[in-house]
Ligand binder design. Structure first.
Ligand SMILES: [Zn+2]
Length: 178
């Protein structure tokens, strides 16, 4: 909020920064479950992430957040799940098991896949939809920002695109970081 000194009404100002780069991509395999008894076959996407941070200007550097640091954080988050099979740990229809160095996947009790453990990203989500992936990336980014003592941020918005022109957004307001 700022007060202009010339009698005009107060104006509410806000700033945000946004990052999307060629390297903020992850090429991963997944399948999702639908309502009822329908489950996709395994397939892949070249996912792309874009993040936007809303916040106050840093009083010494006059930016919302350091672009270089934000790009590094996002790149690490994408790299973690790049070239992996994305598996949801919280889907009631999917049972994940472990056998030695393998991960077994059953759908409604019926065995479906066996993957090498090193090729899997076991994710704390209910389904690997782009909505849930956006929420996961935003949650992980928020934890990293917290760790680094980021201040003044008021929102994180994460977009995950799975095909050209087909993406989901997740937005979280950050009371605790202000
Ligand atoms: Zn898909």
């Amino acid at each position: 909020m700022s007060q202009s000194g010339n009698g005009r009404p107060q104006a509410r100002e806000s700033y945000r920064v946004s990052v999307t780069k060629d390297y903020l991509v992850f090429a991963s395999a997944h399948f999702i479950t639908f309502a009822g008894h329908r489950c996709e076959g395994l397939h892949g996407h070249n996912y792309r992430a874009r993040v936007t941070l809303d916040g106050a200007l840093d009083p010494e550097s006059w930016f919302v957040f350091d672009f270089v640091a934000l790009k590094h954080l996002m790149r690490d988050l994408c790299d973690e799940i790049d070239h992996k099979v994305l598996l949801p740990l919280q889907n009631p229809k999917i049972q994940i098991g472990y056998e030695g160095e393998s991960v077994t996947v059953a759908y409604e009790g019926k065995p479906r896949y066996v993957f090498p453990k090193t090729d899997c990203a076991l994710l704390p989500v209910t389904n690997t939809t782009v909505e849930m992936l956006a929420q996961l990336l935003a949650t992980r980014l928020r934890a990293e920002l917290d760790k680094r003592g980021a201040r003044g941020l008021t929102a994180i918005e994460m977009e995950v695109e799975e095909n050209f022109g087909q993406s989901a957004f997740y937005r979280v307001e950050l009371e605790s970081l202000t």
